[in-house]
Design a protein around this ligand. Structure first.
Ligand SMILES: [Zn+2]
Length: 77
C-alpha cells in the first residue's frame, strides 16, 4: 500500500451504496472507510482498485456526529 494523502473527515462524502465515507482516488475509484471502522479508531481509507490509501483526520466527536446524522444501518440498533 502507498500513502496518498491526509483527508479531513469533513471533506469525505457519504456513499449510501457502499455505506461508507468516500473520497475520490486518482485512479477513478473511491477511497472508502465505514463509520464502524472509524468508531474502532481505524483511520486508513483504502481504494479497492489500486494500492493507494489515505489517512482520515478526525476527532471521536466527528464520528459520533456523523453516526447520528447519517442514514446508516447499525447492527447494534
Ligand atoms: Zn485507486
Amino acid at each position: 500500500m502507498t500513502f496518498h494523502d491526509e483527508v479531513d473527515i469533513d471533506e469525505m462524502d457519504w456513499n449510501d451504496e457502499l455505506k461508507a465515507l468516500t473520497y475520490q482516488c486518482p485512479c477513478g475509484d473511491l477511497f472508502a472507510i465505514t463509520l464502524d471502522e472509524l468508531a474502532d479508531g481505524e483511520d486508513i481509507a483504502r481504494c479497492p482498485s489500486c494500492s493507494l490509501y489515505v489517512v482520515v483526520v478526525y476527532e471521536p466527536e466527528d464520528v459520533k456526529r456523523l453516526t447520528q446524522t447519517l442514514p446508516i444501518h447499525c447492527a447494534a440498533a
